[in-house]
Write a protein that binds this ligand. Structure first.
Ligand SMILES: Cc1cc2nc3c(=O)[nH]c(=O)nc-3n(C[C@H](O)[C@H](O)[C@H](O)COP(=O)(O)OP(=O)(O)OC[C@H]3O[C@@H](n4cnc5c(N)ncnc54)[C@H](O)[C@@H]3O)c2cc1C
Length: 469
């Protein structure tokens, strides 16, 4: 994010602030984020049986972070372009390779004894909508190294200010925003391999013409309207249908007249996971993410947002207004009770309201209110995901549903990759390609995207074949 701000010249305008954070599980409550040495000391003090394992874990996390930083261009994704290049790289990146195919729980098993600290760290996967056994170890390592080694950094003026500044830049550069008017159809010309986008049709019937279309939407929904499945090809559609969407969320907002003596972010794990029945199924509350924010400018006090994950299998209950409201109220009561047990001061809220999964579905247009795109599962991680390029030339998928997506950082990264390709830049830190592109290979693509990843793969293969010959 720092590289992005620098690149677009907003690094002086958007200042970042480091947040303090903590973990609590009913038995321990620790304020962390004051440097890895101090954090290790605190955790080791509370969990002496894990002290040695913790040292080893942090040693490997530092090496892992070193591997991620081992690239000259921080706007490029940390992992190579494709699996082949990744395998070639494994000697340089042994820790990333080891954690690439493992689950987060299995990774922690290598370091920590059962119980206590291991459960606490494993539950952090809930932060990104995962559960410890199926959450990719690589992603878990990213979460741990972000929290403990880099710290949580957030725009000082909130994300809305960040977005506003970015929007101003787009407008200054001649761009425009059309709001309150969804895109309903991507328009194409040509047939078969020669299909190319020519713009989008909006819900008011007007059209926006463009030779490049970038989708930042739930692709499963896109296929039922924006793009005809036949254009993307049967293989693409079939493999997408196999993917599981991530959970949705329920957020309880609590308003306070005074500031709370709590860290900016708290990851709270109830001592016993609470289950709320939903007829044939249940929502299990095993992690609550607490976000403390200041109230609007000039107003005293603070807002506390408490988020729990809601499995997509329970989404249908919220679709009925009455049952949805009842379940929302029941879940909120449990969340409030759990927070109140650990932090009694939170019982003094002066106002409260709740955001339900159906409201997240409306805000984002994601089916079932999915909060993190496709679910973060080992079996559908990274190289198995689509994007940013789609099978149709000049058509992209960015955001949470794209290859790097899930959280905000990955969603932004996929946008950066697409933008750089369109600017004719090298979007990945793979070795440069020097061979020329023949006119036959151009496939009628726009000049700016002509030297994109598909062409480079083709060129690399051709170069290898030449070498062999
Ligand atoms: C409650 C909650 C908590 C979260 N916490 C975290 C966290 O702590 N850390 C983290 O990294 N991530 C978190 N996430 C996930 C993160 O918010 C998403 O990964 C990120 O916002 C994805 O960005 P995006 O641009 O892909 O999608 P979005 O932010 O959903 O933006 C997509 C936009 O496209 C618009 N749109 C959709 N369809 C159309 C159409 N047809 N025409 C025009 N516009 C359309 C939508 O209205 C929306 O504004 C959280 C998500 C939720 C819901």
């Amino acid at each position: 994010m720092a590289s992005l701000l620098k690149r677009i010249g907003l690094n002086d305008e958007i200042t970042m602030r480091k947040l303090d954070w903590g973990v609590a599980d009913g038995k321990v409550a620790l304020r962390l984020g004051q440097g890895s040495e101090s954090d290790i000391e605190k955790l080791g003090g509370k969990f002496p049986e894990s002290r040695e394992g913790l040292r080893r874990l942090f040693q490997d996390l530092r090496r892992f972070r070193g591997e991620i930083m081992d690239r000259s261009d921080f706007l490029a994704p940390p992992l190579p372009l494709n699996l082949e290049e990744y395998r070639e790289d494994f000697l340089r990146h042994p820790i990333s390779s080891r954690w690439q195919n493992a689950g987060f729980q299995a990774m922690l098993d290598d370091y920590l004894p059962n119980g206590g600290l291991k459960n606490l760290l494993a539950n952090l996967s809930g932060l990104m909508g995962g559960s410890p056994h199926s959450f990719p170890a690589y992603e878990g390592a990213m979460v741990l190294s972000s929290l403990f080694l880099d710290g949580i950094v957030y725009p000082a003026g909130h994300l809305s200010n960040f977005s506003r500044k970015m929007a101003e830049l787009v407008k200054q550069s001649g761009g425009d925003f059309v709001t309150s008017c969804g895109a309903e159809e991507v328009l194409f010309k040509g047939q078969g391999a020669r299909t190319l986008p020519i713009g989008v049709r909006l819900s008011d019937g007007s059209q926006v013409r463009s030779n490049v279309v970038i989708l930042n939407v739930d692709p499963r929904r896109a296929l039922t309207g924006l793009i005809a499945p036949s254009l993307l090809g049967i293989n693409f559609v079939k493999s997408m249908e196999k993917f599981t969407p991530s959970c949705s969320a329920l957020v309880l907002h609590l308003l306070f007249e005074d500031d709370l003596r709590l860290p900016d972010r708290v990851f709270l794990f109830p001592p016993k996971p609470r289950r709320v029945r939903t007829g044939d199924s249940y929502v299990q509350i095993d992690s609550i993410t607490l976000t403390k924010e200041k109230r609007d400018e000039g107003r005293k006090g603070c807002v506390l947002l408490a988020r729990i994950n809601v499995p997509h299998s329970c989404y249908h209950i919220f679709e009925n207004e009455v049952t949805g409201k009842d379940l929302g109220a029941e879940l909120s009561a449990v969340v409030k009770e759990e927070i109140g047990n650990v932090f009694p001061s939170t019982k003094k809220a002066v106002r409260e309201f709740v955001t339900l999964p159906t409201q997240f579905a409306k805000l984002t247009s994601n089916n079932q209110g999915s909060a993190f795109g496709f679910a973060p599962l080992i079996g559908q991680w990274y190289y198995k995901r689509f994007g940013p390029r789609l099978p149709i030339p000049n058509t992209y998928l960015v955001g949470a549903w794209s290859r790097y997506g899930g959280g905000v950082e990955g969603a932004a990264l996929s946008g950066i990759v697409a933008a750089r390709e369109l600017c004719g830049e090298r979007a990945y830190s793979s070795p440069p390609i020097t061979a020329e592109i023949s006119p036959e290979e151009e496939n009628g693509e726009e000049p700016a995207v002509r030297r994109g990843i598909f062409q480079r793969r083709k060129l690399r293969k051709a170069a290898l074949k030449d070498d062999e010959d």
